[in-house]
Design a protein around this ligand. Sequence first.
Ligand code: NAD
Length: 295
Amino acid sequence: RYASIGFLGLGNMGKHMATNLIAANHHVTIFDSSPQALDHFKEQKQAKIASVPQKAVADSEFVVLMLPNGKIVRDVCQSNIFSTAKKGTYIIDCSTIDVQTSKEMAELARSKQLKFVDAPVSGGTTGAEKGTLTFMVGGQPDDFKAVEPILSKMGKNIVHAGANGSGLAAKICNNLLLAISMIATAEAMSLGIKLGLNKDVLAKLINSSSGQCWSSQTYNPCPGVVASVPSSNDYNGGFASELMTKDLVLALEAAKQVKASTPLTKEATELYNQLCSNGFNKKDFSVIFKYLNEQ
Ligand code: NAD
């Protein structure tokens, strides 16, 4: 069955995700506040382009959001969606935002007889393009069942994490672990090389020892260890340091709310903040190796 879907936010991620929904023959109406984001779709002529966000929402059974941050998600929900969507419309927020805002939006949606799930993603722009994203979904079991077929056209692993906000909770826990393991890998590689070790020998030893992790094995931050990752391409492409910093701040905020102790997240946030203010904000987050190594 082909659904009518409104899609708001056609940036680096959203443009690929919407393209995959269109390729699956869904009826997709798109809107982005930046006209340039829509150029790509004007040429294709397959998506309906809405002149105002309400037009992408009014007749849709599902509304997908892929927006930069929580403030914008709140604004779009309150100004453009809640008063326009038909009763029973599913709002699927794939943006990475704070747990609290997402829970509030879910509550407000419910009061308007709309359904709301948080469904942040992992897998980056490559995963978005290939349709292999992991979706971490927070919401009621029936709502999860209803949105799963839509998400499965954009991703490979669709996981129900729990109640509203749980998808985001899982996402920020994963990303804080990733940031910390990346810093730790960078620190170990930098120290080892300064102690005279060959980078490839060191990486090989770590990867067959107990320090092995995704950051050392698949995405090593030291240039030349793994071909075709951002570190081997002057840290271009990949996952921007400023986005990682944003996710770390979200983790710190969430930790504060539930009084969880997260000393390494605090340290990681400080390091990524420094790195961003030193002009590395657009570089892939593995640039922490270069930053530490050159100090
Ligand atoms: P992006 O900045 O490229 O795209 C966001 C889009 O939203 C832009 O086109 C912007 O014009 C549009 N927008 C802003 N305000 C709007 C409004 N009021 N109405 C309609 N459109 C509006 O960002 P992105 O890289 O696509 O990321 C989107 C979200 O996904 C973020 O929350 C990000 O943290 C998360 N995320 C990104 C990645 C990644 O690798 N880029 C990976 C996982 C998760």
